[in-house]
Design a protein around this ligand. Sequence first.
Ligand code: ADP
Ligand code: MG
Length: 698
Amino acid sequence: MSAVTEIFASKVFDDRVMKSRLSAKVYNSLKNTIEIGEKLDITVANAVAEAMKEWALEQGATHYTHWFQPLTGITAEKHDSFISPSPDGRVIMDFSGKELIKGEPDASSFPSGGLRATFEARGYTAWDPTSYAFIKGKTLCIPTAFCSYGGEALDKKTPLLRSMQALNKQALRILKLFGNENVRHVTTSVGPEQEYFLIPKELYDKRKDLIYTGRTLFGAKPPKGQELDDHYFGVIKPRVEAYMTDLNDELWKLGILAKTQHNEVAPAQHELAPIYGTTNIATDHNQLTMEIMKKVAQKHGLVCLLHEKPFDGVNGSGKHNNWSISTDTGVNLLTPGETPYENAQFLLFLCAVIKAVDDYQDLLRISVATAGNDHRLGANEAPPAVISIFLGDELEGILEAIESDKPYEGVEKTVMKLGVSVLPRFTRDTTDRNRTSPFAFTGNKFEFRMVGSADSIACANIMLNSAVAESLRIYADRLEQAENFEDKLHEMIKKTITDHKRIIFNGNGYDDAWIKEATEERGLLNLRTTPDAIPHLMDEKNVKMLTLHKVFTEAELRSRTEITLENYCKQVIIEANTMEQLARRDILPAVGEYAAFVARSAAEKKAVVPELALEYETRTVKRLTELSADAYKALDLLDSVLEKTKHTKDVIETGYLIRDELLGAMAALRTACDEAETLTAAKFWPFPTYDELLFGVR
Ligand code: ADP
Ligand code: MG
């Protein structure tokens, strides 16, 4: 056995451990809970808790925690030790089924968006047995859902699990109609590709903007950026390689299938991709991955930046969400099959996704809307804020042929009549690589590329699962009533193509002409910023669909609208305050000092050689003084807008104010300061510059 296979999942209470440590009865009953959602008996919970504790103690653990994902987007944990007093005045290490199943953290400091005002102040966490417990440091971490006492979800895991259930239910109806009687369960799988930046810690420590906001708020462009394309897939520097090696070890121990690593487009940017897994586990693993990436970086004297746009002028970071649907019998429903009948089933699932993405463009956009991601979407390296689907030539050709009842010229010359034996075999085209599409079909999965690098992938997958469940529900309703299954199927697929082909776009998504065509001719949504997008969460059609599938209650949706906008506003306001402080206390004084230094040296030179022209000195002092004045003016504006944000009637209004006024004032301040940076002597500049940050890891 190699070292990797030995350490892999060594810190996870996984199936192998359960099997060896639980009685056959307990193990089977737990398996039923995990696989088909059977209710868990307290005697089973007690036995599992005991085995978990024994295992955790052997691993050196002293504490346990219910690990959950509140609406802050990061994970939360409160540690309790296993100790329990014994009559002899000492302690025993104790952990009960009750403690495993349910925890009661004080929920009052987590965002609830008004949910808790109407319910109790306390929330509770409930064990998610489908995601394995693991050990971090000296703590046994138990993945849990987090709810209010009224049962409202206060986290991201609960709606994610509900959305997976919704999709399972509707997909099973469809599969039954196609005669797949032995399928018991349908799940979605995800492989999130995680992008990040690594910079030297000693430089990070000198940048308050990075410390407070995760991104640089000032910084002139370095002489070299990413224009040579020499970083993408380039040789990995030894220091970065050492980091990656360490990171992989830590992730492997936690059973995370870290697989691919490479340099990304921007200098100092890298990517890590795991092998895909069930959506809720992939989500837990991605949260853990982000946490561990940061932790391991510290050990290497580095800082891992997960922000979507840490640096202006070079690519930002995303998280490509590779998504597919598969059965417990091992069939990926997004893979064209061997027979026409399977192909018809594939086409129906494909159509379900196309319809879902078109009908719920807004929800997908909302699911990735954050202050950080607003800087990335629509910038020229990231998908635009307009959602469209890339299918590749072959599939698009097939859909066109079906729609127009014309022969499909691609593989065989046949009129496409579904399910009747003449559907051509598809060649799985894996060479198609449209990197500009926000939602691309890549052979047997869809890649949703709009998710931000710092964000949880939960929201994107909640919306995706729910919207597809809704398409499938509509299809199943019709097909179950149909007199002739094949005719109805054909008609429905044709209709979906006609109704929703506007969302399919195989061209360049970065092109301005596309945005014009998308919005003006095709009527697609262009929700450019978070304040534009989020209020649509409460649109009637969205509330109706998400409550119908029991993914969210209306109150939960209202709370998410509130929290997401509130987070957005708080974040940008923190950025504005940080800029304010840096400009007033660091940048303006430095610029002033340098201008005075140049002026003094000019005066001194003039005293010696009176006829000197002193062009450099004069122009530098003049320009720096002008720029200081510009910056000062922008600061005034910034102050007045910040003051206005304190008097708005709600977060929607604050959001609009930020979008319409604050961001502009911040940009004006930055422009003046960045130009001043280019004219100020390096040793006068108060903090590390872009070239140092981006090229500092050597
Ligand atoms: P790239 O998109 O960079 O060419 P791949 O397509 O090989 O790379 O995989 C990217 C990610 O997609 C990986 O995390 C991989 O595990 C995941 N992936 C591959 N197949 C599937 C699938 N059927 N469902 C979900 N994710 C998948
Ligand atoms: Mg990819």
